[in-house]
Design a protein around this ligand. Structure first.
Ligand SMILES: *Cc1c(COP(=O)(O)O)cnc(C)c1O
Length: 357
């Protein structure tokens, strides 16, 4: 059945090994982030058997539940909602936090379940998403001090997230601030932090350059693992596969039509006023997949002669005039995916997931 994702576990496993080897060389543990593939069970099972993977992490408790009982540590990346704390304590060993009120409530819940819960305190180094602002050291110290008094909370470490909202690129300088804060905490409270987690896939390039500040001992990798992308500068990571997941779609109509719609132009299905270039009569294929299942901008045709013209919820129109192959209805068109397109395809129940090895 189409559309479907063709997933190579062998290539994904190889990506995890390549990344893991680089991390281990620099004494970093590896957290693999499973949200882009909705913690799909076959992929999680492969990761469970991969010796380089130390932690499995996701932003949604829903996905943590899919991990099942196993030996890897489970991490909740998104600051927990007050409404999900029971499940957070039950399904996550570690959660990322930035609100004192939530940490207190976690302590209460952990007490109820008679279970210790580990907390990584998030520090905002300027990306302006989650975390206590790094300049507010007094607040950081206050929260740490109070947290150490909570019976059912283990203060596990600190972390930062970059290149998400503010698109700030991790560098030696800004990540050094995180290390500085960790050292101050360790000295002041006479403790050793287990984890200083220095960001996501966008921090990986620093490791390759040898510029990751000493003291960072963990990275959290999602896109680098699934797509082999260094997300700081958009480069490919050496030695990784970018085609471990391929989207396959089927042509349902193939006809020659003019490039310009006929009649007064209003708004398209998504409220946009479209722009059309007149290229004369073109060979156009309709594939049975749409914006509900993927992201047109993030689909990269494997057939280079092919151009995506546009689409709606459940149709995508592609121009196949310049393709060498003489496509017909029933033929399959294949695409590599960028992050957003991959995320949506994994999330869509209308896209079948199949494994080739
Ligand atoms: C999504 C996420 C990651 C993984 O990001 P990638 O760019 O896919 O590596 C890491 N940390 C946090 C907090 C996240 O939300």
């Amino acid at each position: 059945m189409y559309p479907r994702l063709k997933i190579s576990l062998e290539k994904l496993n190889s990506n995890a090994c390549v990344l893991g080897k680089t991390l281990k060389k620099e004494n970093c543990s590896m957290m693999i982030v499973t949200k882009s593939f909705c913690a799909y069970p076959q992929i999680v099972n492969m990761l469970l058997q991969n010796e380089y993977v130390d932690y499995l992490a996701d932003s949604r408790v829903f996905n943590l539940k899919r991990y099942g009982d196993n030996s890897k540590k489970k991490v909740l990346l998104r600051i927990p909602m007050m409404s999900e704390l029971e499940d957070v304590v039950r399904y996550a060993d570690i959660s990322f936090n930035s609100e004192w009120k939530t940490i207190c409530a976690l302590n209460e819940e952990a007490k109820k379940q008679n279970k210790k819960h580990k907390v990584v305190l998030m520090i905002d180094l300027g990306d302006l998403r989650e975390g206590i602002f790094y300049r507010d050291e007094e607040m950081i110290f206050d929260v740490v001090k109070e947290m150490m008094g909570l019976e059912y909370i283990d203060f596990f470490g600190i972390g930062v997230n970059l290149t998400c909202y503010g698109a700030v690129i991790p560098k030696y300088d800004n990540l050094s601030k995180l290390v500085e804060i960790s050292k101050k905490i360790e000295e002041h409270f006479k403790i050793k932090l287990e984890m200083v987690t220095g960001g996501n896939s966008s921090s990986y390039y620093l490791l390759e350059e040898g510029n990751l500040p000493e003291g960072i001992n963990n990275l959290r990798l999602g896109e680098a693992f699934v797509l082999g992308n260094d997300t700081a500068y958009g480069n490919k990571i050496r030695g990784t596969f970018d085609d471990a997941v391929i989207l396959e779609t089927q042509i349902v109509e193939l006809k020659e039509k003019p490039s310009l719609p006929i009649g007064e132009i209003g708004k398209d299905a998504f409220g946009q006023v479209p722009y059309y270039e007149d290229k004369g009569v073109r060979k156009r294929a309709i594939i049975a997949i749409g914006k509900q299942d993927s992201d047109l901008e993030g689909m990269i045709p494997l057939d280079e002669g092919l151009e995506i013209m546009g689409g709606s919820s459940d149709h995508i129109i592609v121009d196949v005039t310049d393709c060498k192959k003489d496509y017909q209805a029933g033929d399959v068109l294949r695409f590599k995916l960028e992050y957003g397109a991959l995320l949506r395809a994994f999330t869509s129940p209308y896209v079948e997931k199949s494994f080739i090895d």
